[in-house]
Design a protein around this ligand. Structure first.
Ligand code: PMP
Length: 408
């Protein structure tokens, strides 16, 4: 509890209620989590976070994905600090822009070029706009339940959204080839793009990697229609494969959207694309006041270089596997129906037949009370800063949490 009073989080929530609609917006609104989760945080370092009341947690959310090397990574922060001393948001970009674009093109096999913005939504929206510009067509195929951002064309809420905002979206089911084919057929002559997440990571649902058959069919259908294949790698980018997540299934998109982890927590997003869509990318108008800011670009360069140097994907996979194996063994020994899915470095922890999330919420609260920050329905994230000792400490906690779930 160190320097904070017990009620710091409550006091901040009360003040927020007066000056922020509902106290907080979107998915970072703590009341969407079981009662007991903190809303406010005071500090983060490595794989640990401290809430506003000074409680320390081993963190498996990583700031919802951006923290891939660990909070406050020394090399990334040194690069950011050097750049900050020189200039950040100036009248135009610094040389970091060109260096970073070169690095993205060198790292990502499908990329002949790269552009930068701030949020994942900026990047997914730009991909769709470039695809429409490049094809002169309107329809975009999207998977039911997939998340691509928080503006009217893609927001999961329809509050304040008109039908016209989504008039040209046509839906299919992820990993279901027949439904993808039917959706493409429906759009015949007007298909601009097929937009897919890196893997199926819908909220509260078991996660699924793309099947090779599905990925290849998506590529073939896009080619047959001369449309763009877009991979939304905002959530998974650099955690599954530094070259882009669909390298795992041997399929290259025309366009990809990146954000979250590319600058280890600094605000940055990117669109990468191939030469087929280069000309279209020059014609769309896209910009933002902070999109050329140099600090996050310097951070991204340092992040990508370090991810390569430390074989980050292999490390996160090893730690994720250790966590998954440990949890599975614990769930078996306590006789609780925990079902893990998704890649081990980005798992989701769900319980069977737990539609009201009774078990999931109880498990996460028990873990939280013992200093491990999990989420009952969202993708979790491992980072390079998670070491074996952190995973083992977290597992000591989950063992007690699962024992408590077994007693329910
Ligand atoms: N696409 C995916 C797959 C995401 O997970 C997210 C963010 N959770 C977005 C797009 C939107 O990114 P942002 O919140 O940075 O706009």
């Amino acid at each position: 509890m160190d320097q904070y009073s017990k009620s710091n989080d409550d006091a901040l929530r009360a003040r927020a209620m007066r000056v922020i609609p509902g106290g907080m917006w979107g998915h970072q609104n703590a009341p969407r989590l079981p009662v007991g989760y903190p809303q406010y945080f005071s500090r983060a370092e490595g794989c640990h976070i401290w809430d506003a009341d000074g409680r320390k947690y081993i963190d498996f959310i990583c700031g919802w994905g951006p923290t891939i090397l660990g909070y406050g990574d020394a090399d990334v922060e040194a690069a950011a600090a050097n750049q900050r001393a020189l200039g950040d948001a100036m009248n135009g970009p610094s040389a970091r822009l060109v260096e970073l674009a070169e690095l993205m093109v060198e790292t990502v096999p499908h990329a002949d070029w790269a552009m930068f913005s701030k949020n994942g939504t900026d990047a997914t929206t730009a991909c769709v706009t470039i695809a429409r510009a490049g094809t002169g067509r309107r329809k975009v195929l999207v998977a039911r339940g997939a998340y691509h951002g928080a503006i009217p064309w893609c927001s999961p809420s329809v509050v304040g959204v008109t039908e016209e905002d989504r008039a040209h979206l046509v839906y299919f089911d992820y990993n279901d080839v027949a439904s993808l084919e039917a959706a493409a057929e429906h759009c015949k002559g007007d298909l601009a793009a097929i937009l897919v997440s890196a893997f199926k990571h819908d909220l509260g649902k078991p996660h699924e990697l793309p099947t090779r058959e599905f990925a290849q069919r998506a590529r073939a259908l896009a080619d047959a229609a001369d449309a763009a294949l877009i991979v939304d790698d905002v959530r998974a980018g650099f955690r599954l494969d530094l070259g882009g997540s669909w390298e795992l299934v041997g399929v290259r998109p025309d366009l990809a959207a990146w954000s979250k982890a590319i600058a280890n927590g600094h605000a940055l997003a990117s669109v990468t694309g191939n030469d087929r869509f280069r000309e279209a990318a020059t014609r769309i108008f896209t910009t933002g006041s902070f999109w050329t800011a140099a600090v996050s670009m310097a951070a991204a360069i340092a992040t990508i270089e370090k991810l390569r140097a430390v074989d980050a994907v292999a490390h996160m996979r090893a730690m994720g596997q250790r966590f998954r194996d440990g949890l599975d063994a614990q769930a078996r020994s306590h006789g609780v129906p925990l079902r893990q899915s998704g890649p081990v470095q980005m798992p989701v922890l769900l319980f069977e037949n737990d539609l009201d999330r009774r078990l999931g919420d109880a498990f996460c609260l028990e873990a939280l009370a013992r200093g491990v920050y999990l989420h009952p329905s969202h993708t979790l994230f491992l980072s390079v800063a998670h070491r074996e000792t952190d995973i083992d400490r977290a597992l000591e906690t989950t063992d007690e949490a699962l024992a408590a779930v077994a007693r329910l």
